[in-house]
Design a protein around this ligand. Structure first.
Ligand SMILES: [Zn+2]
Ligand SMILES: [Zn+2]
Length: 700
């Protein structure tokens, strides 16, 4: 079984000797300080050569499979852009035979069927890491038979970077076994076990924010740790490790007291009790770790949070974690807070949802969805869901509690997390989109919110709860709006909404905490999705009559600025008779059957009601709490902390931020030339850290 930590990609720009951004390497060893010694592969794979010392946070772990797929991508910087579209890369890693994909091909787009994974490299097998590409068979929706009549020729091989969209087939055929067709020196082999997506490793685990760490040294003195103490410590990647101290002393060549710890679980790089060749105790393999004693603190899982003894907590409840502030008033539902109530009920410290132990992804998502929006209330209150204990619990202890008291204690959230079906929801940092899928599917029993048609009338439809923006960096300007991102993403992948979604949650193109495709994104307050609807009447871009064609190449044409290019029959002919546009291939639009050419086109808008942001793996949210443009508030479930790391508690905070509303009310032109250095702190966070923008149907 290979270790999933063995390979990595360099994510930071700081060039170290032998490494640059996008370089792929293999971990040779880890130093005591948590740095890694890595070897790096040349552009063609093969054998890892030059290398050196790297900081762990400058890298991102890859599985072997991911490393092989990315290695076939050049230039190296392009690899990070692929990782940026996490959802797409995840499905690319899981591609199976006869999955339908769309690839970039000869300046256009080509649907293809996946036929095989190709290993590209030396035939004698002397390579230590081969590149992987996909053997794809082009399909033509117009002439499905055209290709099969040809005699079999070697199919083209594409890299993961060429694939811009995936429609998985309903019946999964694993990629075929050892089917060798020997093109040049390429051999084909089956990937036996599809790899588990390793992407979570980089930002999983407990956050150690700067406000929590400085006292660790004094803590370990206070706690008088000894052999037999159960302790926890943060690994180099901020994952919390638990174990028992088996030895304390000064190892050869070190200063000060160190602890030899037997961990609860195996960790790849650990020993069976030796440290630099010397044995200090004996345990099972891969469980012993040696760290300076001051890095250890008592195992927090056995210490229930208790009130802090520090003096500055007078203005906060002495007991931070309480199940119910007061006797609950039955299960009566509380409507969403109205604009005039919000600030009175919610603004201030110890307001909102109290964060605890990596819960921020959940706090920020729940706060965004339920404080002021009533889009989901009908689902929450439906009689079928009301019978489910988890739905009832969420409704009573979180949604109604928040609306009634303006505050949800951490324990309510913790009890809810325990019902989510998997232990990792109790302890680990997760991504909001994962929680959203569980919330809608398992708690609210809602069919996928988005039905997205791929490839027009001849294509198929995909279901999803959230939409990940997928596009080329150069398709839009450096500071795009969500409207531009969504349109570009839909046009380049030939996607359309089957129907207007109840709620549209759009994930920005970014990757973990280290890589953002765009330094800044403008969250459009209104999203016009008229031109993104399948079988819905649209206006000609030029004359306003009923449009019958749309053109991807015109969309990319900077000389024809504006929105999606769709034309009536006449304008389509005229536009495309121009010499520079004669090579275009406009597609026909699918139109509803009974439609009068003169009937006016009504536009469909969706309203922005919340933005989830992420900064150094901590999620916060901006929420629109009323119809006034300035009615924006900012929520952070861990804005402050009272007491120390282990006996203290988080102080959630809600702040009104009318400046965000003022900023977003500017004209599109003004927004497009925003000067980040002149914006306020919260506006900057909204623009630079956005992770997901949440839209709902207009209330009017
Ligand atoms: Zn026209
Ligand atoms: Zn065109």
């Amino acid at each position: 079984m290979e270790s999933i930590d063995k390979y990595f990609i360099v994510t930071r720009t700081k060039t170290r000797k032998g490494f640059s951004r996008g370089s792929i390497g293999r971990i040779e060893a880890e130093t005591q300080t948590g740095d890694i010694v890595g070897l790096v592969y040349g552009s063609g794979g093969g054998t890892a050569k030059s290398g050196g010392l790297l900081k762990r946070e400058e890298t991102y772990s890859l599985t072997r499979h991911q490393a092989q797929l990315l290695l076939f991508v050049s230039p190296a910087s392009r690899r990070l852009e692929i990782l940026c579209n996490q959802m797409l890369f995840k499905v690319i890693c899981e591609l199976a035979q006869d999955d339908l994909v769309v690839v970039r091909y000869k300046k256009g787009f080509q649907p293809c069927l996946v036929k095989n994974l190709m290993q590209i490299g030396r035939k004698d097998g002397s390579d230590d890491l081969n590149m992987l590409g996909f053997e794809l068979q082009p399909v033509s929706p117009q002439n499905p038979d055209k290709l099969s009549s040809k005699k079999p020729a070697p199919l083209p091989v594409f890299s993961a970077a060429d694939i811009i969209q995936v429609a998985q087939s309903s019946t999964k055929q694993p990629l075929r076994d050892n089917h060798t067709i020997g093109i040049n020196r390429r051999t084909v082999s089956r990937i036996n076990s599809l790899p588990i997506m390793g992407s979570r490793n980089g930002f999983l685990g407990k956050k150690i924010s700067s406000q929590n760490t400085p006292d660790i040294k004094s803590l370990s003195n206070t706690y008088q740790l000894e052999v037999g103490s159960m302790v926890e410590m943060a690994s180099d990647r901020n994952v919390i490790l638990y174990g028992v101290i088996r030895w304390i002393g000064v190892p050869a060549g070190k200063k000060g007291n160190w602890a030899g710890i037997e961990l609860d679980n195996e960790v790849g790089t650990c020993t069976d009790g030796t440290f630099h060749g010397q044995r200090y105790f004996t345990c099972q393999g891969n469980r012993a770790v040696f760290v300076p004693l001051e890095m250890c603190v008592p195992d927090g899982r056995f210490h229930s949070p208790s009130p802090s003894s520090s003096a500055d907590t007078e203005e906060f409840p002495r007991t931070p974690i309480v199940t119910h502030i007061e006797e609950d008033k039955g299960e009566e539902d509380v409507p969403p807070l109205t604009e005039s109530e919000v600030l009175r009920v919610l603004e201030g410290k110890m307001k909102g949802i109290q964060g605890h132990f990596n819960s921020c992804y959940l706090d920020a998502t729940l706060f965004s969805l339920f404080t002021s929006s009533m889009t989901l209330d009908r689902l929450l209150q439906s009689s079928a869901n009301a019978e489910m204990s988890i739905c009832r619990q969420m409704r009573r202890d979180i949604v109604n509690h928040l609306r009634r008291h303006g505050f949800v204690p951490a324990e309510n959230v913790m009890n809810f997390r325990k019902q989510l079906g998997c232990n990792t929801y109790v302890t680990e940092e997760k991504d909001p989109e994962e929680f959203i899928a569980i919330l809608f599917q398992r708690i609210l029993h809602m069919d996928p919110l988005l039905k997205i048609r791929f490839n027009g009338d001849s294509g198929s439809s995909q279901d999803a709860y959230t939409h990940q923006i997928i596009l080329e960096k150069n398709d839009v300007g450096p500071c795009p709006s969500v409207q531009q991102l969504l349109e570009t993403s839909f046009m380049s992948c030939n996607l359309k909404f089957e129907e207007v979604p109840l709620c549209l949650m759009v994930q920005m193109p970014r990757f973990g905490k280290n890589f953002k495709m765009f330094p800044c994104i403008i969250p459009s307050t209104e999203l016009d999705i008229t031109d993104l609807l399948h079988q819905s009447p649209r206006e000609c871009f030029i004359c306003g009559h009923l449009a019958q064609h749309e053109c991807t190449q015109c969309f990319r044409d900077r000389k024809l600025p504006g929105r999606i290019k769709q034309y009536c029959w006449t304008c389509n002919t005229q536009v495309h008779s121009h010499p520079s546009r004669q090579g275009h291939t406009p597609r026909s639009l699918a139109l509803p059957a009974e439609l009068s050419v003169s009937s006016p086109v009504s536009r469909t808008h969706m309203q922005l009601f919340a933005v989830l942001c992420i900064q150094t793996s901590h999620y916060v949210s901006f929420v629109k709490y009323g119809p006034e443009p300035q009615s924006w508030m900012f929520f952070d479930s861990m804005a402050d902390r009272s007491g120390d790391d282990h006996t203290g508690y988080n102080i959630p905070e809600v702040r009104a931020c009318p400046e965000v509303g003022d900023f977003l009310s500017q004209s599109e032109e003004d927004l497009a030339c925003v000067n980040l250095s002149q914006t306020s702190g919260l506006v900057r966070r909204l623009l630079c850290d956005s992770f997901m923008c949440l839209y709902q149907q207009c209330s009017r």
